[in-house]
Design a protein around this ligand. Structure first.
Ligand code: ISL
Ligand code: CA
Length: 557
């Protein structure tokens, strides 16, 4: 059952490698986070989700784990981790760990053992199968533009990997694997962690027999590994551990819609997770759900998707809202495309996020309107997903120019450039960073924005404070107006006696706007607006570029 504190979460995501480098070796670390705990508190967030801090050879920067019970020495020690948790807890900030259990690193002891021989006790921790002649055991493809199988000559067999070949999939048909993972959960919960963000949690269960998949342009076999037969049973087993603690879980809902989502998160006795992340709104600017096949942002689609999650989960489950994370391009330049209005656009995105019902997740740098870096040279890229995509698209004869543009737009590296603290060397991040810094750090940085009362940073602080004391913003029932407009996004949210109206201009042009009849005659007050000056509005007026307003509505009836 969901608890009140879970519904009130406002989460800040830290990608540790790029947040703050305390010891000057060019990689972010726990020492760096410790330096910034007061900054985190000043934002008003009440939880931090850490992208993986565990030991990892970094093929996928922490999402390939080689030891679940140790902190990556690049980031610090367990003692430092405990210290950081204590400091965050003292500031009423909960700690959410990333839980990456669909796969391990190929350097995990379990995998190294399992590789040794067919009768090794760890063999069945993974999926090992005989090939068909010199072909893989089935036709599945994975998420990083590769076949889902890798050949290993030692035992003349193949192992499954839905991500990079250095990320072999764990076999949840093996009860021993479940026991191992339970012990991992206990380990961290006993260190007083408050919850988990569960990586690709909808992929854990694979169809028994691993049959061939249907033809598809991407992810061949997905009907056998997304939302698989035993997934709920499996998650209920893990939940037994969670239930012994006061903790929160949010799963990455890869390729599931609202109906499927409810089978994981509906607030009833079968509930396995508290919440999931949807990907559907991330596909408003691409074709076939492949972010490298870019399209213009389709705002109607965006609204339709957001609206569906608002209404279909309402009263049944906790929703989540995000516009950025470590896998996505920066929101500025994406959800608002005209960079002349980056400041207004960033604030518009903030209003959209904080106005919706559910748990907002703010990604590091989003609060200062960091932008995608647009790397020019292939050698600058670090992200295995985009490097593999590059190879595949070239093989499919997409032009060099198109592919470079596609990865510049969609590469996950866009979100992973170092946090911009100030305009000094290395943006105040620390030593010479492991990945390029966005050259715009001279203008866009925390220090500048601290000094400016109207900065994006201070706008976020204000908005978070308003949301915390506003039931309608946090939990309100959603009603949308003008759904067919691709220019404006208008909705109300109602909770008990409270009501808010959100009015957003998605364009860089001014747009005429008339309040919906229903609310035209109700008195209203501006709670927040991304332009300085006007405090109240007539019932019809011109919205300025990316203008976004939250009104509180006084119900006259
Ligand atoms: O980045 C993506 C969305 O555009 C996906 O292909 C992504 O790989 C997928 O959403 C799963 O993401 C999670 O698991 C991956 C890891 O690389 C990502 O960073 C993580 O968020 C494998 O662990
Ligand atoms: Ca460091």
């Amino acid at each position: 059952m969901n608890k009140q504190w879970q519904k009130d979460l406002i989460v800040y995501q830290i990608y540790p490698r790029s947040f703050r480098d305390g010891n000057g070796d060019g990689k972010g670390d726990i020492e760096g986070v410790i330096e910034k705990v007061d900054y985190l508190q000043s934002l008003g967030v009440n939880a931090v989700w850490f992208s993986p801090l565990y030991c990892s050879p970094n093929v996928d920067y922490g999402y390939d784990i080689s030891d679940y019970k140790r902190i990556n020495p690049e980031y610090g020690t367990l003692e430092q981790f405990d210290e950081m948790v204590k400091l965050l807890h003292a500031r009423k900030i909960r700690v959410i760990m990333d839980l990456v259990i669909n796969h391990t690193s190929n350097e995990h002891m379990w995998f190294k053992e399992s590789q040794k021989s067919v009768d090794n006790p760890y063999r069945d921790y993974y999926y090992w199968r005989k090939g068909k002649g010199n072909k893989p055991p089935n036709n599945w493809t994975g998420f990083f533009s590769e076949k889902a199988w890798e050949y290993d000559k030692n035992t003349d067999m193949w192992y499954m990997h839905l991500f990079a070949k250095n990320q072999p999939d764990l076999n949840y048909g093996n009860p021993k694997v479940i026991e191992e993972i339970k012990s991992v959960l206990k380990f961290w919960l006993d260190r007083s962690v408050d919850g988990f963000r569960c990586d690709v949690i909808t992929l854990l269960s694979k169809t028994v027999g691993l049959p061939n998949g249907k033809n598809s342009i991407a992810l061949v076999g997905k009907e056998h590994y997304v939302d698989g037969n035993s997934i709920h049973e499996l998650l209920l087993q893990l939940k037994q551990v969670m239930d012994e603690y006061d903790c929160f879980t949010v799963g990455e809902g890869v390729l599931i819609d609202t109906t499927k989502a409810l089978t994981y998160i509906e607030n009833n006795e079968k509930q396995q997770l508290n919440a999931v992340f949807t990907f559907e709104h991330m596909n408003a600017d691409n074709h076939f759900g492949i972010k490298y096949l870019m399209s213009k942002m389709r705002y109607r689609k965006l609204k339709r998707t957001l609206g569906r999650w608002q209404t279909e989960l309402y009263g049944k489950a906790i929703n989540t809202i995000y516009f950025e994370n470590h896998d996505q391009p920066r929101a500025v330049g994406r959800f608002c495309s005209d960079s002349t209005y980056a400041d207004k656009g960033a604030k518009m995105i903030a209003v959209m996020e904080m106005g919706l019902t559910g748990i907002p997740f703010i990604y590091e740098g989003q609060e200062i309107a960091m932008t995608s870096i647009k790397m020019q040279d292939l050698s600058q890229y670090k992200d295995v997903e985009c490097l593999n995509m590059y190879k595949m698209m070239r093989k499919l004869r997409f032009s060099q120019k198109y592919v470079m543009r596609a990865i510049a737009y969609a590469s996950r590296d866009n979100a992973r450039t170092p946090m911009q603290w100030n305009d000094s060397e290395n943006a105040g991040f620390g030593g010479k960073p492991w990945i390029s810094i966005n050259p715009n750090y001279k203008e866009i940085n925390v220090e500048n924005q601290e000094k400016d009362a109207n900065s994006v940073l201070n706008f976020y602080r204000k908005l978070i404070a308003i949301r915390k004391s506003n039931g309608a913003m946090k939990y309100g029932e959603y009603k949308e107006y003008f759904p067919l407009s691709s220019k404006v996004y208008v909705y109300t949210k109602t909770y008990e006696k409270e009501k808010v109206l959100i009015v957003i201009n998605f364009t860089s042009k001014s747009v005429s706007f008339k309040l919906p009849k229903e609310i035209r005659y109700q008195s209203r007050k501006v709670l927040i607006n991304n332009y300085v000056g006007r405090e109240n509005y007539e019932s019809s007026y011109k919205l300025r570029p990316y203008e976004a307003t939250i009104y509180s509505i006084v119900n006259n009836d």
